[in-house]
Design a protein around this ligand. Structure first.
Ligand SMILES: [Zn+2]
Length: 371
């Protein structure tokens, strides 16, 4: 019998967990709201595998990888519907080449797109992209796809770049040996992006934070090389036409939004693990990547400072957008008579106003206090 593919090994792993979680392999025809995430995840994963081939080869992996979307959270204790995982295969047969799985829950992948759509469908935000006056006012609670085609394309490109960074981050957890670092030689180690696995809890908060920042730095290094080599990272040519500095600004927007989303999702999980905070604060992750780029973005051409400056402007764009949303949310809260009513509306609209939840949970200016 031929050895299983990495995809087969991944399916076996999920079966052994008790079939609670399945890989999403079929199109969700009856649920059009998730189609974008399934298509887009495939696009981002394919982009990941074709971009930076040389860099990926340099990693010199003996691993086989499978990227997948799963329909539920892995792990019982710290379940969140939004999560991403780097997983070592615990069920490999003797002599079988090691496999690792990079798994994303469907809401994790989908809501990256929802968040970008929600921001670009507000006329007050990103005024320099397309024709913002075609969009709704911030005070309207509903958001959808941006009406202006240029803004809709921009939202997709930014979301794909955000997802691309998230894929790279999980990838480098495996490629840099983080599964070994927290699990010794024990197999079946799992890292969670939003919640915490047993191995993460056992590793100690300080070690774990370093691993997180290491995966961030490796992911940004990968994208820096790809950007400076002129690779097309997203389908609409948005970044290809821009200056290098502006491309780093777009990148800064993507990555900073991801850090805010992860923080939002973490705060929405009601779990005991929060008493021991394992993941670095998003401001720390932002500051670490700024520092990394200032030294390493393009030292040969002495452009590191300039490119890091572009990246930082992108970070500021997101923080400022969140600030605008926070102020509007407060006004709305007064109008609808308190937080409970607001939360109720939020649940009914199911994701359409995640931009408001994002603003309420993580829109703060505190990142500037680190500078
Ligand atoms: Zn991580």
């Amino acid at each position: 019998m031929s050895p299983p593919t990495a995809a087969d090994a991944c399916a076996r792993y999920l079966r052994q967990l008790g079939d609670r979680v399945r890989l999403i392999a079929r199109p969700y025809d009856s649920r059009p709201e998730v189609d974008v995430a399934l298509d887009a995840f495939a696009t981002a994963a394919a982009g990941f595998l074709t971009s930076g081939q040389e860099q990926l080869q340099q990693v010199g992996l003996s691993h086989r990888f499978h990227f997948g979307l799963v329909d539920g959270a892995l792990g019982r204790k710290a379940a969140s519907e939004h999560d991403a995982y780097a997983v070592g295969d615990i069920f490999a047969e003797p002599g079988e080449a090691a496999a690792s799985f990079l798994l994303f829950t469907q809401p994790f992948a989908r809501d990256i797109f929802v968040a970008w759509d929600a921001m670009l469908s507000r006329r007050e935000l990103f005024r320099n992209v397309g024709n913002p006056d075609d969009e709704s006012e911030m005070s309207s609670l509903t958001s959808s796809r941006p009406r202006d085609p240029a803004r809709a394309r921009y939202a997709v490109d930014q979301a794909l770049l955000t997802l691309h960074f998230a894929l790279l981050h999980e990838f480098y957890h495996v490629a840099n040996g983080h599964l070994d670092a927290i699990g010794g030689k024990q197999e079946g180690v799992r890292l969670h992006a939003v919640t915490a696995s047993d191995e993460q809890l056992g590793a100690g908060a300080n070690l774990y934070k370093v691993l997180e920042l290491d995966a961030d730095a490796m992911a940004i290094r990968h994208l820096t090389i790809a950007l400076l080599e002129g690779e097309t990272l997203v389908p609409h040519g948005l970044f290809g036409a821009a200056s290098d500095k502006d491309r780093f600004r777009h990148l800064g927007r993507s990555v900073t939004l991801l850090f805010r989303l992860v923080e939002l999702w973490r705060r929405h999980v009601r779990l005991d693990y929060t008493e021991k905070e394992l993941h670095p604060h998003p401001d720390v992750r932002d500051a670490t990547l700024r520092a990394y780029l200032r030294l390493n973005a393009d030292p040969e051409d002495r452009r590191s400072e300039e490119l890091a400056q572009g990246y930082e402007e992108g970070q500021d764009d997101i923080i400022e957008a969140l600030e605008v949303m926070v102020s509007v949310r407060r006004t709305r809260l007064d109008e609808v008579g308190g937080g409970q009513a607001f939360e109720e509306v939020g649940r009914q609209r199911c994701g359409s106003n995640s931009v408001m939840r994002l603003a309420g949970s993580v829109g703060s200016r505190s990142s500037t206090s680190l500078r």
